[in-house]
Design a protein around this ligand. Structure first.
Ligand SMILES: Cc1cc2nc3c(=O)[nH]c(=O)nc-3n(C[C@H](O)[C@H](O)[C@H](O)COP(=O)(O)O)c2cc1C
Length: 342
């Protein structure tokens, strides 16, 4: 088989893959993104055919303390399997939170060891856990022991270039009972700078036999094939390229077609209504602004700053959505152009 046909040996993005006893419907996963992948966004992405969607990270200690925001983050309806991501720095709280989410319908508990935010790493959770593998493992072991559902792990390559330890942690996590590992091909110190190193993810593939998901800078179908080729991963995860297009994971997986502009307008209307319903009008209007901004950026790049400011500052939902639809309808770029820019 010549190199150009190499992809024929690999399963199609549209094919199912199995994790523990669960079957995921395709190999394109929507990344957990705090402030983005709330219930409305996940419901849309799921409906458009994403292989798997993951909640925003839920802070374990806050959830055990019954924080309303934590409960809102783990809500699910119509999404199967329901995957909840937990963050934390202490085994006890992670285990207790895992019991709560599994008891409330989570089919998978994912552990966050990738978040680079100072607010999170300052508390030694997120990617800071990678600096202390023994401690990270105690937390993983406690979570696995606490629940009957599969536990998965998402992390970066390491803390910095001098401490690339994802393979070591991945191997130990597998031995501790973790059932799937996702690697974002950057170090913590890179934050989101530079380019994700898809080749470096292959070092994790070499040491684990459980399913591996590769993540970082995947925007197109060609990217998805390339990251799988270079990393040897079983599935791909997409984050920022889905902002302003909740259908994107489904399109990459071959489960949905790009909507035309009429379709986009109707999705934006529905998304807005879902957000107002989920958060209530006051908070919903504010949370929805970033999504409207992304839709406009992608599909109405010619909208004026005056138009955008009116949309971003209005507190009247009917006016906001009417102005957004007008801008999208007037300023829509052709879908071919959008595809090329993807
Ligand atoms: C706004 C935002 C919020 C994020 N929140 C989380 C999170 O809650 N949990 C997590 O594991 N990763 C989080 N991430 C990281 C993404 O899951 C993903 O690993 C990263 O964006 C790289 O993928 P991409 O290049 O496809 O965006 C977040 C990323 C962004 C941009």
């Amino acid at each position: 088989m010549c190199p150009k046909d190499e992809h024929l040996k690999r399963p199609a993005l549209s094919s199912q893959f199995k994790v523990a006893g669960l079957t995921f419907r395709n190999r394109v996963v929507l990344a957990p993104m705090s402030g983005v992948t709330d219930l409305p966004f996940r419901q849309l992405a799921w409906r458009f055919g994403a292989g798997l969607v993951v909640t925003e990270m839920v802070a374990s200690r806050e959830l055990v303390g019954n924080a309303a925001e934590s409960w809102a983050r783990l809500r699910s309806s119509g999404i199967d399997p329901h995957v909840v991501q937990l963050a934390g720095r202490e085994a006890y709280w992670m285990a207790e939170a895992a019991k709560i989410v599994a008891g409330n319908g989570a089919a998978v508990v994912d552990i966050n060891m990738g978040c680079p935010a100072k607010k999170v790493t300052g508390g030694y959770s997120g990617s800071a856990l990678m600096r202390d593998p023994d401690h990270a493992l105690s937390l993983i072991e406690a979570t696995v022991k606490a629940v009957d559902v599969p536990v998965t792990l998402k992390m970066r390559l390491g803390w910095d270039d001098q401490s690339i330890n994802a393979p070591l942690i991945a191997r130990r996590a597998q031995d501790a009972g973790v059932q799937m590992i996702t690697i974002h091909g950057r170090t913590r110190m890179q934050f989101y700078n530079g380019k994700a190193d898809w080749d470096a993810i292959a070092a994790v593939r070499e040491v684990i036999s459980i399913p591996l998901v590769a993540n970082g800078d995947v925007a197109t179908i060609a990217d998805a094939h390339e990251i799988l080729r270079r990393s040897g991963a079983d599935a791909v995860m997409v984050g920022r390229s889905s902002q302003g297009r909740p259908w994107h994971a489904g399109v990459l997986a071959g489960a949905a077609a790009h909507p035309d502009i009429a379709g986009i307008v109707s999705i934006v209307e529905e998304h807005y209504a879902m957000m107002l319903d989920f958060y209530g009008a006051d908070i919903g209007i504010r949370h929805a602004r970033k999504h409207l901004g992304w839709y406009l950026e992608r599909f109405a790049p010619l909208a004026t700053s005056t138009e955008k400011a009116a949309i971003m500052t209005s507190t009247d939902p009917a006016a906001v959505i009417a102005r957004t639809i007008a801008a999208l309808s007037a300023g829509a770029v052709s879908l071919q152009e959008t595809d090329a820019a993807a």
